[in-house]
Design a protein around this ligand. Sequence first.
Ligand SMILES: [Zn+2]
Length: 383
Amino acid sequence: MRFEISKVMDAIEGRVCTDPNLARAVLDLAEVVRYQDLDGGRPANLLRLGMVIDALVRHLEEDNVPVYAVVHRALLSDADLTSNERMVVRRWADDGLVEVLDNPGDRMLEVADLLGLPVLTRARLDGLRGRYPWVAEQPGRVLAPVAGAGGPTLTAHVGGGTVPVSGTPSLAGAQLLARLWRCAEPGCALFGGGGGGGAFADLARVERSPSGQAPPTLRPGAPTCPRHGSRLNDAGARPRTQVLAVRIGGLTRRRFVLTSDEPVLVGRAPEQSGGIMLGQWLNDEARRWISRSHLQFELRVGEVIVTDLSTNGSGIRPGGSMDEAERIPLAPRQSRVLGPGDMVELYPGVQVGRAGELPTGAAFNPTSVMAEAPTMAMRLPRP
Ligand SMILES: [Zn+2]
């Protein structure tokens, strides 16, 4: 395998997950890899997933956005992919990063309905509008990835816009996500012991924990494993979570999940596994100011508690206010409960807050998931 390709694949791998806390859109991987007009290349090409993810990032104006991919099992042995691409998809399947199905049917729409996510597809969904009215009614909820002048772009099936719009999780989705589920099939990647494919220490990957377990399917009328078709057992209450986001220079760089299981460290380069490393996005001054482990976040009885572990201290911006007079200093070793809308500021312009409360997009300059792609793979269709 060529080194550059393997780096692109690693970058794309960090953007696929079945975690309801983090996924920002649903797509059918077998469909996306065949969007030949995106690059004019081979009949099936896994790099097209990266192009579609880049389009999603541009239109959401937020960096490091993961997608929830549903995959027909046939793609794992599809001769139009290279053997390396098949190996990569198989690994994603084994790790539970994508959902592999013998009969995907309308699973993509079911996931979007349960989680309230937008759908990226070119498929006409005419027959499913009765079951999922938002397909026809909510502008921006279903978007087609298409070739555009400056690279792949998105265009909404309804309303013609380009910005993906989320809905609210359905009532059934909210009920399913309140519990943990266990599949009787040994080694089930989605609903096995611990609820996921195991913990990854690699920061480039989206971490998995029981709170990130995929939603079961309800098509047979009861919670069922979409992969194995077996009825799932209720394995107790799902741990509470809070999704936090890091914003740097006005752009949300990444989200992360806080659970009551363990605190999360945020800083220039925290040594703790699962820590959120900011160093790669900071200028020299910010890098000098911000400590390796600068802040600790904990979730206790639903409250987000932030503790400063740094040398230089931090500040709280109450309700997200950018008024300097309202900034509350957070001295080293000091703790504070994060109120509604509050942001913690490690350094001017470097902030952490609840994901839904941080506006993003200013001075937008996302990192392409394809940044390392060789020019051959990046060839765009002629206008
Ligand atoms: Zn299963």
